[in-house]
Design a protein around this ligand. Sequence first.
Ligand code: PHE
Length: 365
Amino acid sequence: MSAADSNPQSAGGDSSIEDVDSIAMEATKRIEEAADLSELEALQREFLDKRSPLSQMKASMKDLDPDARKALGAAMNRARGSIENSVAQRRVTLEAQAFEVQLAAESLDLTEYLGRATLGHAHVITKTWERLEDVFCGMGFSVESGPEVETDWFNFEALNLPPSHPARSMWDTLYLDPSVIKGDDGADDEALGDGQLVLRTHTSPVQVRTMLRAVREGSGPPIYAVCPGRVYRRDTADATHLPVFHQIEGLVIDRGITMGDLAGTIESFVKAYFGSSMTSRLRPSYFPFTEPSAEFDISTPDGGWLEVGGCGMVHPNVLRAGGLDPREWSGFAFGFGIDRLAKIRYGINDLRSFMTNDIRFLNQF
Ligand code: PHE
């Protein structure tokens, strides 16, 4: 008998209770066989909603005598309860199945990538930068930083290069329109004023920033600091120039620092970075912010010399700009290109290969 065939009119006697039981049995059987959730919902409506056989039988119960009504009512509650139970149980099973089906449909076969994916690594410039920090930290230096958008004052004036100083042409400078930078917090820019903004042409402005900060915070001198960072010049990229490149600046300020300390520090660094068989030499040179000034070279295996960077004793005017009394403090500074150093160390011909993202080049380091 199907639910639709049950006859609510016969409700009343034992036969009605039998009818209720058989409706419940049929419902349970069909619910257990429901193939999917939508079929289950249809069965739930068929057996439990207002037009279901049980609901209709209930409507006709009012004509029964109280005992029969009570007995039939109890049977109907049992039946409803067991149908609801069956629905709930079946739903759990069907939902789990539906989830499995969805997982299977959405899973991706990644086996074709197995063995192909290789782990990346840091860029050779980043590695060189970090190695330099390590070497200098090992020598007792701290690491400082400054902004890439710099004021004319920090980039030039405080470094003993007043406006229109002829040596400014040593740096092909990119100037910024200050109105574009409006809203910059400027918190650290003691001398921002109305001056020009530049993309820093070297890391040397961090010398003055470091001195001013040390004085302001009462943390020094003595100062033993390096500052690696990105710098900019109005240059066209070629094998030996990049318009955006990296430098590391060194600054030592203490009492009684001499040119001998500078030479010794450079020599220790060269041996620590390139190996104990390498050596360095200083050649007289000129920078407005150091006096005396020098270029430093490193030896090559074939007996030649390669220029690495500039250095010298910090000029008294620079110490004054940094808030220090040149009669009390002296120091040295040096600066060189990180990219250039990597070029030398790894024997790279063309600086532009650092920037072109050719994976065959990058993989080698
Ligand atoms: N800032 C100089 C440059 O970019 C290098 C330098 C740094 C020279 C420190 C002397 C002292 O060319």
